[in-house]
Ligand binder design. Sequence first.
Ligand SMILES: *Cc1c(COP(=O)(O)O)cnc(C)c1O
Length: 460
Amino acid sequence: MNYLSTRGKTDPMSFMDAGLTGLAPDGGLLIPESLPDLSGDLDRLATLSYADLAFEVFSHFATDIPSEDLRGLVDRAYSTFRHPDTAPVVQVEDRYILELFHGPTLAFKDMAMQFLSQFFEYALEKRDQHLNILGSTSGDTGSAAIHGVRGKSRINIFMMHPKGRTSPVQALQMTSVLDANVYNLEIDGTFDDCQAIMKALFADVPFKEQYLLGAVNSVNWVRVMAQIVYYLYSGLKVMKDTGADQVQFSVPTGNFGNILAGYYAMKMGLPVSRFMLATNENDILARFFNTGIYESGSVAKTISPSMDIQVASNFERYLFALLDGDAARVREVMDTFAATGRVDLSDRLKHEAMKLFASASADTAKTLKAIKETNARADYLMDPHTAVGVVVGDELRNGDPLICLSTAHPAKFTDAIVDAIGEEPHHPVLDALKGAETRCEKLPADQEAVRDYLVQKLGG
Ligand SMILES: *Cc1c(COP(=O)(O)O)cnc(C)c1O
């Protein structure tokens, strides 16, 4: 299987190259040249364990990794999960909740990051290369990446987080990892400052090449691919248990990476009647799916911080599909958006998306109310991201079985849970972190300071 850029100006590349490259050299996102058709095999796939299903799905995409090797990567990636089903589906009242938070950092980013880090280690070994990951995080991505690559040879990770702006638990999940290849950088500034520093250092191509800098952000194809599995896994399970011939999903959305994987699962043959795209007050995507106009605003801080984004980095892959694979049009649209902050795609959207995608946003009051009421009625405690998906799912659902994606464990978001139910949530993994030894470098929000730090640690 070869990978192409959504902007059409990059030569086709292999899976290993696509995974190591991240963003395509022409600025686009990498996509497989075709999607496998699994529609004739769904009954058998419905009987597989999570790891077996992941292995089968990945086999179609990672055609340059020998089967035995791929099997090993999959087994190691998913052996770190605390639940025997990896991603269990539980019934809560009249809907199904797909729990994606049983990995090391208790958020759904682990579903992909655990596999991505196995892949990195493998590909670097094969090619006798090293990689220095530079990232910036407002919370979940950073800790999932750190826990993925901790202790791996050939990889160092430098993760910036804004001082005092992640939740205390999220900061501790990162800074308590003491492996020698992990460097936490607390930046005296905002998340945007961290992003700007990262972009500036990546834009300095000689520096990036000399210091072998790489990224782990959600545009990496390997992450999207890994997320396809749990849509198939939960969808087939629920269809089998209920006898329904299709399902629908509600997905709390930020960068569009999660729901995009569901869209690919559908294109590969999973019968899905509707995707509900749920946002918090940061509703650029909800506005797009309701009006066809993609227009950024300013980011508002909410109780579901992992969805506090305005420009969804994975949206370009969906755009490519919406524009029938016309890379020249994708370039035009992305250029217009970069120049003006607005594009109107209402003509295109009418034919497919308005039927398949339904979208709404849930504000803080509705989200807290859903957490409180579901806890009282069903004795099930949801994190605020999950609750946004449940509110919107209940609002926009049709008659098919509804699967709501649960993207984090509630104990990661103590303040919101206390506001909702008046009690502190707990998880043994997080309780064990209290008082843990930590390591973290404090740096000013200045790209020269971060650059000097990298040079000093990496030598040369
Ligand atoms: C990252 C994240 C999301 C948003 O996922 P996207 O792929 O960016 O749409 C939702 N909930 C939680 C808890 C997350 O960490």
